[in-house]
Design a protein around this ligand. Structure first.
Ligand code: ZN
Length: 51
């Protein structure tokens, strides 16, 4: 999951090591604190290398 702000350069992504829950919580926090609109993209699942 990738969430980003439409009004500033705020963003959080599960690709940065956050859980989906943390990304959602931080997005809500950002909205509450700033009133900015946060949009989200759902990323494809990470590729698991199989050896
Ligand atoms: Zn913002």
């Amino acid at each position: 999951m990738f969430k980003y702000c439409l009004e500033c350069d705020w963003q959080r992504s599960t690709a940065d090591g956050y859980t989906e829950k943390e990304v959602s919580e931080k997005a809500i926090e950002h909205f509450v604190e700033t009133g900015h609109t946060v949009d989200s993209l759902r990323l494809p699942p990470p590729i698991v290398l199989q050896n």
